[in-house]
Design a protein. Sequence first.
Length: 313
Amino acid sequence: MEDAKQLEAFEAKIASGQKIEPKDWMPEAYRKQLVRMMSQHAHSEIVGMLPEGNWITRAPNLRRKAILLAKVQDEAGHGLYLYSATETLGVDRAELLAQLHTGKAKYSSIFNYPTLTWADIGAIGWLVDGAAIMNQTALARGSYGPYCRAMIRICKEESFHNRQGYEIMMSLAQGTPEQKALAQDALNRWWWPAIMMLGPSDDQSPNSDQLMRWKVKMESNDAIRQRFIDRTVPQADFIGLTIPDKDMKFDEKTGHYTHGPINWDEFFDVIKGNGPCNAKRLKARVDADKKGAWVREAASAYAAKQAKEKQVA
Ligand code: FAQ
């Protein structure tokens, strides 16, 4: 079959709601887009362990520590499913990690902000995992089988992460005035970065058209952002916290919240590497890779020895 016919069959399959699987024919642009997006997603999960990992030794009690440990381990698991899913597209994990370590590959802007207080752990679960779920439940309905299947499990775990974060915020908001102030301060610092992590506005999103045509993305960045805002503002009201946006109001006519201007200069600056923690995050990943090299070598040597013994037996 020549390419035009293959493309037609591929697009018809997507239009009929069937999944594309690794051995199916796919246009090179589809494969490249998936590798870009899925590997950036995998890197985000792994880099995303760092801001919360910062508080494991300082969690306020044993229950909170156990929950946070479990959450951070879940994020490592998400990274692993996503690297494996990306490998089904014929790319090597070492190559993807090299792209992260040399700064060629992006990871989510949100993880370049610092976690200054315990309340930030609540804000991350509530807002960052909350935004991630909005985005990922849409991605789970997409066209590439291995990515969608990874999303289903990831979303279930993110749902627990989201609730534990909201529960931390609720406890602080109902606590002493100082505790409530900590929660408000965390909301003030994480609100706008969480809004931005859902990607640039649709008119500045060069990848969206192609990704939506091929049902990798099921909804635009702005549509998901609006849904996240509509769901989150009442949650803030419920626990007595204030969204740091003086223009935020509910529009009775549309049934949606309208919001003030988003500082896209800040977003583009962060993704260019100039956020408050970019250098620190990248260094932590590069150092971890170097420190873990002997483990990978030992595991490979052991696997080679086992294979040899099996051959002899
Ligand atoms: N950060 O054309 P678009 C999580 C880049 S997981 C950095 O709109 P696209 C769980 C984009 O790559 C969070 N860069 O791009 C967790 C592109 O540059 P490129 C990660 C960004 O792909 C919680 C350029 O801007 N989730 O949080 C960002 O159509 C707690 C133009 O943008 C995913 O990765 C950004 N925020 O839409 C873990 C989900 N936004 O590559 C630990 C999968 C955009 O052309 C702790 N990804 N850029 O040079 C997606 O859904 C999409 O890739 C978007 C961006 C929506 C993120």
